[in-house]
Design a protein around this ligand. Structure first.
Ligand SMILES: NC(=O)c1ccc[n+]([C@@H]2O[C@H](COP(=O)([O-])OP(=O)(O)OC[C@H]3O[C@@H](n4cnc5c(N)ncnc54)[C@H](O)[C@@H]3O)[C@@H](O)[C@H]2O)c1
Length: 373
């Protein structure tokens, strides 16, 4: 494996130059002296031209597979619509590039399994962009749970309520391009961090629903109506014996909260309850029997990853932890170790998310076997 440092940085190629690349991955990369943005790719030539100028990158292509083969690139970030992740990630891994891909990794667990196997067999670093694992409150909560500070975890509970407009979601509102709606876009993050906190989920009972037709664009033009869920839910049983309840919606009027929406995830243990909330990501709530949940500041060491130059006081707390995804990916490459969370984590969350759709279709509980190798 090549040796990287500030004088020989990891040369990164961005594939997909839309919202998440601009808001999360670019600022994360610019903070990291061990990495440099070397090449960019977008299928939209006009956006590609705009980003070339804005981001000062000459190496640009509309062909993602050409970027994957580019000798001037060591690592790629895939942030394109969900139906394109699999072929790009497999090509990147086969060309020996380290690869971080956005969630959901693919349209279903079969696609994601292909991606995981390709990256594993190529021996490259692979990472799933499960952003919320990096929230300081989530990192602290994990340490409390794993250290036994809340006793035996019994119940997991998460809510992700967004107050979004009911106009078109673009590619996101079509099953063929997105796989599913709120379930794959939002709830899958909460499935992932529940598995990370409590361990494998053994079976689930799920339900999804669609309320908004989304047959108009923001400009009022007619478009093909949505065929994906805008409400998703599941109950689940963990291998540990713990139980979980998840609910997500993009139609929760009154839950706007400056665009961040409402996110609440909690674990009730035999000794204490702990709560993570997105809108206050540097504080947890903690409660013991006979008392009420009360705020506890997240200790400094959890406000950013060890060694990161990011100033936790700089920027909106609910935004800036998202830059730490890139720090983890580059750290894994530089240190020659696996990234966390990796494609296998993306696969295990996908297996559960797929089972929610299957359960809803069959009106039945569905087993969710963990991918182990
Ligand atoms: N981790 C998170 O918190 C988070 C947040 C937002 C989005 N996402 C994920 O990131 C991905 C992108 O979402 P977004 O909101 O940035 O979407 P977007 O629509 O804003 O951007 C996607 C870009 O990909 C380009 N594109 C489409 N097909 C392509 C192809 N074959 N090759 C190259 N470029 C192509 C489009 O032209 C567009 O510019 C999705 O998988 C989404 O689920 C994750």
């Amino acid at each position: 494996m090549a040796e990287f440092s500030a004088s020989k940085p990891v040369r990164v190629g961005f594939i997909g130059l839309g919202a998440v690349t601009a808001y999360h991955h670019l600022p994360g990369l610019l903070l990291d002296p061990r990495a440099r943005l070397t090449a960019i790719c977008d299928a939209d030539p006009a956006l590609l031209e705009k980003r070339k100028v804005e981001w000062g990158v000459d190496r640009a292509t509309t062909d993602p597979l050409a970027l994957c083969r580019d000798d001037a690139v060591d690592a790629v970030i895939i942030a394109t619509p969900n139906d394109t992740h699999r072929p790009i990630a497999v090509a990147a891994a086969e060309a020996g590039k380290h690869v971080m891909a956005e969630k959901p990794l693919g349209l279903n667990a079969r696609e994601v399994g292909d991606m995981y196997e390709a990256a594993r067999d190529a021996g490259v670093v692979h990472m799933t962009a499960f952003t919320y694992r990096f929230a300081p409150a989530m990192r602290y909560l994990r340490t409390l749970v794993k250290s036994g500070a809340i006793g035996e975890p019994r119940h997991f509970r998460s809510q992700r309520f967004l107050d979004w407009p009911e106009t078109s979601w673009g590619w996101r509102q079509y099953k063929e391009r997105a796989g599913a709606g709120d379930l794959f876009d939002m709830t899958i993050h909460r499935i992932d961090f529940a598995i990370d906190l409590i361990g494998p989920i053994q079976r689930v009972c799920g339900a999804v629903a669609r309320f908004a037709p989304r047959d108009r664009t923001v400009d009022g033009k007619p478009c093909e109506p949505s065929n994906v869920d805008d409400w998703s839910s599941l109950i689940g049983e963990f291998a540990s014996g713990a139980t979980g309840v998840w609910e997500g919606t993009t139609l929760a009027k009154g839950y706007h909260r400056d665009g961040f929406g409402h996110e609440w995830a909690e674990i009730n243990g035999s000794e204490a309850s702990v709560v993570y909330r997105l809108h206050e990501p540097n504080v947890i709530l903690l409660g013991k029997t006979g008392s009420d949940l009360a705020p506890v500041p997240v200790p400094d060491e959890f406000l950013k990853p060890a060694g990161s130059p990011r100033d936790p006081a700089d920027g909106a707390p609910a935004t800036v932890f998202r830059y730490d995804l890139m720090w983890e990916f580059i750290s894994a490459i530089v240190e020659g170790r696996p990234a966390v969370p990796d494609f296998r984590d993306g696969l295990n969350a996908q297996i559960v998310a797929d089972a929610v759709l299957d359960s809803h279709r069959r009106r039945a509980w569905v087993d969710t076997p963990t991918a182990t190798a």
